[in-house]
Design a protein around this ligand. Structure first.
Ligand code: SDX
Length: 431
């Protein structure tokens, strides 16, 4: 960050006292007021939900919510979704630069040779009910990775951080596919190193030991693009969870498990699953008007719409919408009823003053569920796919934070509005 010796002066105590707070400039986006010295006023700042708070400095991802812009390490998401693949994007997010062909070859080799999990990890699944939600299993099994990699858990060392990053990025698809297979009583499929990252995931999900499986290249590319779109998104709730957990020195497997738990919520990564449930609940275009009345009466939300940062179209939603058309065309599902219903909902919402006034536009989750459905992925697995894709973002932010020499444990304060001091009362005196 650049300090240009510009301050904002805050007066308090009826103007008797004042404090100068430096303004810091970023490369792009809003400047920040550095309030680290604010506590000497004897007060705290108050910002539940962090609507106006920058929790850290970062060089990884930039979002402009008004312009609908999303850059990974400065590259627009539209250009990456078009020209890169997911592992190239992982390399970019972790190391800050797009890989040369040599660097990419080595990165792909390392990632594909870390995709197997310890054979004993498979035993964890036997403890889950067959109808467990995949995210419940993802949280548990990812956290359990901490029990298998004691050999590389000194994260003050760059090498240990790098090995942990490879392991998490490589093994998440294997674990996600194991969740799906276990739920359906299917044998686990071992990864195949000859397949791309996304094709390997499709293999582990849909192949059977009884015959060879060749993924459809159009569907493989669509899944890879979905992974790119979900790879990172600045300081969203789950990434902030990973940063806060990591700030105590917790190992990255436990931190990513915490991120998965946060992502599960329907206001965050669980929204793609909630969108499909909403479409099923609406059922037919003829029910849309009544459903929208309920949204305006605040009895329910229009899932897949709205965003804390985007007050314009989420650029990922536009790319996802195009991917929808590609996949449905490839599968001959142009008349997919859910897609048609989603298009009707989107059209109505984009023309309705209620949504326009509140700047509620489709977000990435509005279309992703329809594409995932068309790829044959069950609704219950949608957020697990989101977690698989977002792992590289979580790992990149964890690594950026841990390697910052000035990082401290995250420990916010509060506005206390509870009871004043009072004396203990023995139970026989309580009424
Ligand atoms: C993701 O942070 C990220 O970057 C997240 C993410 C990522 O990549 O990590 O982009 C992924 O989580 C996308 C968001 C997925 N969630 C949903 O689609 C769930 C539905 N959306 C909402 O829950 C909501 O829009 C949030 C949680 C996404 C954002 O909520 P905010 O910023 O706290 O806004 P708010 O709740 O204060 O809403 C402002 C107004 C309110 O109305 P009023 O009180 O002003 O009358 O808009 C209304 C809200 O009621 N509103 C909605 C709505 N979202 C907000 N009304 C109907 N339907 C909605 N979806």
């Amino acid at each position: 960050m650049e300090e240009k010796n510009r301050n904002v002066t805050l007066t308090y105590n009826e103007g008797q006292d004042a404090i100068d707070l430096p303004v810091l400039d970023g490369t792009l986006g809003p400047n920040v007021v550095d309030i680290r010295s604010f506590a000497k006023t004897g007060m705290f700042t108050f910002d539940p939900g962090f609507l106006a708070t920058a929790s850290c400095e970062s060089k990884i991802t930039f979002i402009d919510g008004d312009l609908g812009q999303l850059y990974y390490r400065g590259y627009p998401i539209e250009e990456l979704a078009e020209g890169a693949d997911y592992l190239e994007t992982c390399y970019l997010l972790i190391y800050g630069e797009l890989p040369t062909s040599e660097q990419k070859k080595e990165f792909v080799y390392i990632v594909s040779h870390h995709t197997m999990v310890h054979e004993q990890l498979a035993a964890f699944f036997k403890g889950f009910r067959r109808d467990s939600h995949p995210m419940a299993m993802m949280v548990g099994v990812t956290g359990a990775l901490s029990a298998f990699y004691q050999d590389s858990m000194d994260y003050t060392k760059e090498n240990d951080r790098s090995v942990a990053a490879y392991r998490l990025i490589s093994k998440m698809p294997t674990i996600a596919a194991m969740c799906y297979r276990y739920t359906n009583g299917l044998p686990f499929m071992y990864p195949r190193n000859d397949l791309s990252y996304s094709a390997n995931f499709m293999h582990m999900m849909f192949a059977t030991p009884c015959e060879t499986y060749e993924p459809n290249p159009v569907l493989e590319r669509a899944l890879d693009r979905i992974m790119i779109l979900h790879a990172d998104h600045e300081q969203n709730a789950s990434t902030s969870t990973v940063r806060l957990a990591g700030s105590s020195g917790a190992n990255p497997f436990a931190c990513v498990a915490a991120g998965i738990a946060c992502l599960w919520g329907p206001a965050h990564g669980g929204a793609n699953e909630a969108v499909l449930k909403m479409l099923d609940e609406i059922g037919d275009v003829s029910n849309v008007a009544a459903f929208m009345e309920g949204v305006k009466a605040k009895t329910h939300k229009l899932m897949g719409f709205g965003h804390r940062v985007y007050k314009n179209m989420d650029p990922r939603a536009s790319i996802m919408r195009r991917t929808c058309y590609e996949v449905l065309d490839e599968l001959g599902l142009q008349d997919d009823p859910q897609f048609k219903l989603a298009m009707a909902l989107e059209k109505i919402a984009l023309e309705d003053p209620y949504f326009i006034e509140r700047k509620l536009y489709p977000n990435v989750d509005f279309y992703s569920g329809i594409v995932l459905s068309a790829l044959g992925i069950p609704v219950s697995m949608f957020t697990a796919i989101f977690a698989m894709a977002r792992t590289v973002g979580w790992v990149s932010h964890w690594n950026e934070m841990i390697s910052d020499p000035h990082q401290k444990i995250g420990r916010p304060r509060q506005l206390y509005t509870g009871a004043q001091r009072r004396a203990f009362m023995p139970i026989d005196q309580r009424k």
